[in-house]
Design a protein around this ligand. Structure first.
Ligand code: CP
Ligand code: NVA
Length: 308
């Protein structure tokens, strides 16, 4: 059973083969209309359940379109509408869904929910974001970097802001894809120490530099994300803004990175908070390619899971 649960729990060679396949499939589509099927139909006759316990634009649409382009069918389910949200256990839900569908993608709160789903499902399970990680995003990010700048191994990737779920997967990616990682944010919002340990154990640099201007020096890629994630209490908003005000990615900060550095953001972005419009819409930004590549990367993830 090949679940896609996290970057650090998927083998390096598998991750590389998924990225390569994603690039090949993107090239093969060659700009054809979105609704037109791929020449290859590896998901023909397959049914995919997409479960969302949190809001989503990109993950929802990219998975749905991706399955259809590969010849499969989807059903999009919101957690609150399912018995899952009304007391049926995750394990029982996993056992039942496995009798109906060939693949399950779930976006949920607790990592434990994802892991229980994977343990009891007899079909592959894909992590579509938890409070802890967002591995599909990082597959798209690595793909996007390599499309623009070549191999990411040995490059310097800097995260500016809250050390959140997406940040943890970027750190896992450092260990698996061989890039150096720098976090720049205030101490209460430091990233998952286990993720940092994982990256360091793979022999890459994973460091914390409090001063953002110093952190981005020599950066090949600068990444920002929202200051308040979906799992954070809304009451945290004002405090977060006060903590993170000095960590906005703006043109002055990008000017301290390498001249050909890239800027990424998983989106949705809060313009003029964590990043200015001048950076989002400026010459370093590859955010729309990054969003598009969710589609291609996840198609390759699904093929890998199903072995098709
Ligand atoms: N980046 C991302 O996962 O976006 P959505 O929350 O819109 O799916
Ligand atoms: N860190 C953000 C990412 C959204 C795609 C969140 O979890 O809300």
């Amino acid at each position: 059973m090949k679940h896609f649960l996290d970057i650090h729990t998927t083998g390096k060679a598998d991750l590389r083969s998924i990225i390569d396949q994603a690039l090949a499939m993107k090239t093969a589509r060659n700009g054809r209309p979105k609704g037109m099927p791929d020449d290859e139909q590896p998901l023909a006759g397959r049914m995919v359940a997409l479960i969302f316990e949190k809001p989503s634009t990109r993950t929802r649409v990219s998975f749905d379109v991706g399955v259809r382009q590969m010849g499969g069918s989807t059903m999009v389910l919101s957690g609150s509408e399912m018995q899952l949200g009304h007391g049926e256990t995750i394990a029982d839900t996993a056992r039942v869904l496995s009798r109906y569908v060939d693949l399950i993608m779930i976006r949920t709160f607790e990592e434990a929910t994802l892991l229980e789903m994977a343990e009891y499902a007899s079909v592959p399970v894909i992590n579509g974001l938890t409070n802890r990680t967002h591995p599909c995003q990082i597959m798209a990010d690595v793909m996007t970097f390599e499309e623009h700048r070549g191999p990411i191994a040995g490059r310097k990737v800097v995260w500016v802001g809250d050390g959140n779920n997406v940040c943890a997967s970027v750190i896992h990616g450092a260990g698996q894809f061989g890039y150096d990682f720098t976090f720049s944010g205030p101490p209460p919002l430091d990233p998952d120490p286990e993720a940092l340990d994982f990256a360091r154990a793979q022999g890459v640099r994973a460091e914390i530099v409090r001063d953002p201007a110093q952190a981005v020096e020599g950066a090949d890629l600068v990444i920002a994300d929202t200051w308040v994630s979906m799992h954070d209490p809304q009451s945290a908003k004002e405090r977060r803004h006060n903590q993170l005000r000095g960590y906005q990615v703006n043109e002055a900060l990008m000017a301290k990175a390498k001249p050909d550095s890239l800027f990424m953001h998983c989106l949705p972005a809060h313009r003029e908070d964590e990043v200015t419009s001048a950076v989002m819409d400026g010459p370093h930004s590859v955010i729309w390619d990054e969003a598009e590549n969710r589609l291609h990367a996840q198609k390759a993830v699904m093929r890998w899971c199903l072995g098709v």
